[in-house]
Design a protein around this ligand. Structure first.
Ligand code: ADP
Ligand code: MG
Length: 378
């Protein structure tokens, strides 16, 4: 990283490298912005940001993945407007770091990420958190404040009304464990996992519909909350209460809310099952989550449904479901470790046979959260 930085910017003194991981969400999909429960795992795949003070008073960022750079005058940063491209994640974080009261010296940033973009493994939060750490350059920040600041960048500057999960797990990730996050209290519980291989399979597609549908789901959940009445979010609603209010909301809104309400319960049951090493139950909950996202929340797509259905036919698979926002991206699969290699081969053959695309498959070993890093291997 430091050599690449030097090559790009012409000097290498004072360069520090910060790492922030992507994540795979095991269960609890579309529950974070409803203040419910999620259970993500931080990944070894991560975004790395190398930074050093600039020598001409300007901010500059180069993304190796994009082979593109942007630059701003120091005085310009606070009043920047979104430009609807990748640099918004960086500019948004710059503004939020300033707004949080940190003085930020003009610097050069070199970004390299191993998290696939738009794959539902949260390359965006990895970019935000690594950028924030690089701008802070070692100054201490409360980890929860760091996560919140990065989320604000995505909500307020990028314009994506996301929940807290992605930034939170990128900061709070643990080796060998998943992290159950209570998206209301913002407390977490470390959840050790049984002996199982977690494999993400990338559909390699991202349907356009995704962004607008996400906003629409956020809105539909608000409509459900208003129809139920007297509650802050769907977190406060159980199934009987929702059913009692069903007549006061459109049928579609009812199904959206039913997904959220039942998904919160599935997260809690999954954590209990994990604690008793009950992989069969964990697998059943995976499938129930997927069906709920497929039929009630309607954020799946043909490619994801195919990958889930195909996985369930393969030996050694406990369960499979879509992960992330939906409309493409990855499925997450719980696989017996001794069957992982045969699973990889079988799912790739099936997907290629149906869609003519080679799916990328990632091993999702739980990794630690963000921090200063040694240089990643190229
Ligand atoms: P996900 O977070 O699931 O990968 P998003 O749509 O939320 O998908 O975020 C992907 C976006 O984040 C990309 O389109 C790009 O704008 C930005 N991004 C992520 N990583 C990088 C990177 N290494 N360089 C430049 N932009 C990046
Ligand atoms: Mg994202």
């Amino acid at each position: 990283m430091i050599a690449s930085f030097r090559e790009r910017f012409g000097y290498g003194d004072g360069v520090r490298v910060f790492r922030a991981p992507g994540r795979v969400n095991l269960i609890g999909e579309h529950t974070d912005y409803n203040l419910g429960f999620v259970l993500p795992v931080a990944l070894e795949m991560a975004c790395f940001a190398a930074s050093a003070p600039s020598r001409d008073g300007r901010f500059r960022v180069y993304s190796e993945n994009r082979n593109a750079s942007r630059e701003w005058a120091a005085g310009e940063v606070a009043s920047l407007k979104p430009s609807k491209d990748w640099s918004d994640y960086v500019a948004g974080v710059m503004q939020q770091v300033l707004a949080a009261g940190f003085a930020v010296e003009p610097c050069n940033l070199y970004v390299r990420s191993t998290v696939p973009e738009g794959g539902g493994l949260s390359s965006s939060a990895a970019l935000e958190v690594s950028t924030a750490l690089a701008l802070l350059a070692g100054r201490p920040i409360d980890p929860l404040e760091l996560a919140k600041l990065c989320r604000r960048a995505e909500v307020e500057f990028v314009g994506m009304p996301c929940g807290i999960m992605d930034q939170y797990i990128s900061v709070f990730g643990r080796e060998h464990a998943a992290v159950r996050i209570d998206c209301r209290s913002l407390e977490n519980e470390i959840v050790p996992l049984p002996e199982v291989e977690i494999l993400a399979v990338n559909t390699m597609v991202k349907h356009e519909l995704g962004q607008s549908a996400y906003r629409q789901r956020v809105q539909e959940c608000r409509t459900a909350v208003e129809a139920v009445g007297g509650v802050e979010s769907l977190r406060d609603v159980d199934l009987p209460r929702l059913e009692a209010a069903a007549a006061r909301m459109p049928e579609t809104v009812f199904r959206r809310a039913r997904h959220v309400v039942t998904e919160d319960q599935r997260v809690l049951r999954f954590v209990e099952a994990s604690r008793r090493n009950d992989l069969a139950e964990m697998g059943r909950l995976f499938v129930a989550s997927h069906r709920s996202l497929q039929h009630d929340y309607e954020v799946s797509c043909a490619e994801l449904d195919f990958l889930v259905d195909a996985a369930l036919e393969i030996e050694g698979v406990f369960g499979a479901r879509m992960t992330g926002g939906g409309f493409g991206g990855c499925t997450v699969n719980l696989v017996r470790p001794d069957k992982a290699a045969s699973f990889r081969a079988a799912i790739a053959v099936a997907y290629r046979g149906r869609f003519g695309i080679d799916p990328r498959i990632y091993s999702c070993r739980p990794a630690r959260g963000a921090g200063e890093a040694a240089s990643p291997e190229k």
